[in-house]
Design a protein around this ligand. Sequence first.
Ligand code: ADP
Ligand code: MG
Length: 227
Amino acid sequence: MNDTALVLTDICKTYNAGKRNEVQVLRDASLQVARGEVVALVAPSGAGKSTLLHIAGLLDTPDTGSVMIDDADMTRLGDRTRTAARRGQIGFVYQFHHLLPEFSALENVVLPQLANAVAPRMAEERARDLLERVGVAPRADHRPAALSGGEQQRVAFCRALANAPSLLLADEPTGNLDPATSDQVFAALMTLVRETGLSALIATHNLALARRMDRIVHLQDGEIRAA
Ligand code: ADP
Ligand code: MG
């Protein structure tokens, strides 16, 4: 047992390998996130932030290199173990909320817990508590379409944290919001992360937000560089 939540080692990823449109996105990218640490991943559009986060979140596989989460090697898991790890250990937030449109805010936070075999009453209690903490409890019964962009992202944070993961991965979580809303929503996310002692890797190209995290790393020419 050591004190790292995420260890990416020498990750390589090439799209369309061997074809004319081959793109080598990651070249020996390595990164560690300590337990309880919040790291900003800063790079311009197209640099490979989403690719790196998807690999860390077990949504995609690297060509070579390894992914360790909570000291376990996740690189070549079978589908079932991979799905279980994704559901229980990792919370993922996208730039667009990706909430289920036909369900309420509350249900969107309850459903991942039911998929993880949590009893319905406990799942609802936890969902209400999370929504309360980010200030959207009064909107719990509304569907995503009836919520503002900032509220939608707050609900998406709650959904990501529903199963009490140890690692939060967020891909430009406020990239779709106006600056003032972005600031408030980011503050709500940081409060949740700090209260739960989560480790997080958060991609952004907003340097002001990045500076509010514990550490900044850059993704440049497919490699991770210290700020
Ligand atoms: P970022 O999130 O930093 O904007 P991405 O990880 O989305 O960067 O993309 C990095 C590069 O990889 C870009 O050039 C993009 O066009 C390319 N890319 C991403 N996904 C695919 C894919 N599925 N197939 C081919 N190329 C891709
Ligand atoms: Mg991206």
